[in-house]
Design a protein around this ligand. Sequence first.
Ligand SMILES: *[C@@H]1O[C@H](CO)[C@@H](O)[C@H](O)[C@H]1NC(C)=O
Ligand SMILES: *[C@@H]1O[C@H](CO)[C@@H](O)[C@H](O)[C@H]1NC(C)=O
Ligand SMILES: *[C@@H]1O[C@H](CO)[C@@H](O)[C@H](O)[C@H]1NC(C)=O
Ligand SMILES: *[C@@H]1O[C@H](CO)[C@@H](O)[C@H](O)[C@H]1NC(C)=O
Ligand SMILES: *[C@@H]1O[C@H](CO)[C@@H](O)[C@H](O)[C@H]1NC(C)=O
Ligand SMILES: *[C@@H]1O[C@H](CO)[C@@H](O)[C@H](O)[C@H]1NC(C)=O
Ligand SMILES: *[C@@H]1O[C@H](CO)[C@@H](O)[C@H](O)[C@H]1NC(C)=O
Length: 481
Amino acid sequence: MVLKSCFVYSTGVVSILLLIVGIALVLANVFPNVLKSAVKKEVILKNGTEAFKAWTDPPAPIYMQFYFFSVTNPQEVLGGERPAVVEIGPYTYREYRPMEEVVFQDNGTKVAAVNPKTYIFQPNMSRGPESDLIRTVNIPAMTLMEKFKDSHWIASLISAYMTFNNIGLFSSHTVEELLWGYEDPLLKEAKKFDSTIDDFVGLFYKSNASSDGEYVFFTGQQNYTDFARVDKWNGNSSLNWWTSDECNMINGTNGAFFHPIVTKDEVLYMFSSDLCRSLYALHTEDVTVKGIPGYRFVPPHEVFANLTVNPANAGFCVPAGNCLGSGLLNISSCKQGAPIIMSSPHFYQADEKFAQDVFGMKPKKEQHQTAIDINPLTGIVLQAAKRLQINVYVEKIPYFSQTGNVRTVVFPVVYLNESVLIDDASAKKLQAIVLEKNVVENVPFMLIGLGIIFGGLFLFLMCRQKVPESTVAEREPLLSS
Ligand SMILES: *[C@@H]1O[C@H](CO)[C@@H](O)[C@H](O)[C@H]1NC(C)=O
Ligand SMILES: *[C@@H]1O[C@H](CO)[C@@H](O)[C@H](O)[C@H]1NC(C)=O
Ligand SMILES: *[C@@H]1O[C@H](CO)[C@@H](O)[C@H](O)[C@H]1NC(C)=O
Ligand SMILES: *[C@@H]1O[C@H](CO)[C@@H](O)[C@H](O)[C@H]1NC(C)=O
Ligand SMILES: *[C@@H]1O[C@H](CO)[C@@H](O)[C@H](O)[C@H]1NC(C)=O
Ligand SMILES: *[C@@H]1O[C@H](CO)[C@@H](O)[C@H](O)[C@H]1NC(C)=O
Ligand SMILES: *[C@@H]1O[C@H](CO)[C@@H](O)[C@H](O)[C@H]1NC(C)=O
């Protein structure tokens, strides 16, 4: 009898202890904090860590896909009609971007490196060969015409040369030429007068397998939120036609790394070097990629809005006060005067007017937005797609008959989708970490659950112990009294 009630009472004591410990752990948030500090220790750029390995040689394949817009009615456009284009693509390149010449600085708080990108054509993931022809705006010609639009004399000379050599507003080039560069006859002629002119042009001319300057990153040793954040960049202005040192503002993370323990109200800065400025993205929804939970970050509408809607976008109006409308960014000053305008593909999130001005534009959120999905615990990028469109500002220039009666239009040339999806091996590792996190985080709740079970057992045993001592008949008057 004594042994039995001793057992019963220990059950009660165990139950209360479990409940106290469980609730204390929940309140003190011990396990999540332990886990977080373990992650913070692990995610640091230090020779030997997993994070360093993934940073120097990203394991997930990165693809750069190009979709060109070929003009179908060039004669009519010169006559003043609305341009019609067809989208031709994708032309897909695998992008390799290892960190090289890695040198640690300042006791391991910083690390310097160069980050050359190499593009390898993927015929199996492309619509056709790189020799496919695209008819689009002749960008060097448009640049030259814009440049001399106010100098009657030079303009007439150039215009005559263009007429003589059959150079017009539109030209046909292969995908390979448009991307990686070709010798332009008009610029070759111009070079005779000004030897500083580079007569090779291309959207990614000289970008293959070459470095865009030295970066200095924080390692995250001092503060985990600094992990892989760019501290300095000496952009190499002479590298290509499309970049210059006026555009060396850089901010946030250049590439696929974010600090661990991302919160929902965090602002992510990204994609600065192409746009010559930093954009930001905010949390919009929770997603699951290959079974791993992630937060999706997307640049909000305000990022692209016009001045009326978001006065903070005054910086988008270049030169100051000259605003093109929502969703467009004039990056002419970054492209040595070429009238290049950036937007989202198909003018997604831009003023409707721009999509209506060109027949063939069909903006769609899913296909044309830029988005990045990040695992909040580790900061690892699960999936990302950076989508940008390159347009040319086309207008009628009186001294150049080549522009005919063309309407003023932001003319789409090509859009790109630079995307990455976590590889299976990394996903498996991450799944294990997520599982571990879930188990560890649930330990206090399991303790509480056990406490409740023991409590129930205790009550049950107490009641059963009482029953044999008295009969139901004896208890009845007690209850009814
Ligand atoms: C990292 O360590 C390895 C082996 O100890 C060494 O060969 C390599 O040079 C180190 N890398 C850096 C960037 O210090
Ligand atoms: C590097 O660390 C050592 C020892 O921890 C310290 O004496 C030294 O001042 C540090 N140097 C710098 C540049 O922080
Ligand atoms: C880029 O360079 C690599 C190696 O130098 C070469 O194999 C590849 O074909 C080049 N890609 C393009 C698009 O020219
Ligand atoms: C860079 O980011 C910081 C905030 O992290 C911001 O204050 C600063 O204005 C940004 N710089 C540029 C050039 O966008
Ligand atoms: C700015 O955008 C809003 C909404 O898209 C539009 O109603 C307004 O007319 C625009 N303002 C200017 C000056 O373009
Ligand atoms: C774009 O900016 C350049 C200089 O920064 C300027 O000359 C040009 O007029 C602008 N283009 C438009 C369409 O506003
Ligand atoms: C990139 O985006 C385009 C549409 O914008 C889409 O068709 C394509 O499948 C995307 N590529 C990847 C690898 O997700």
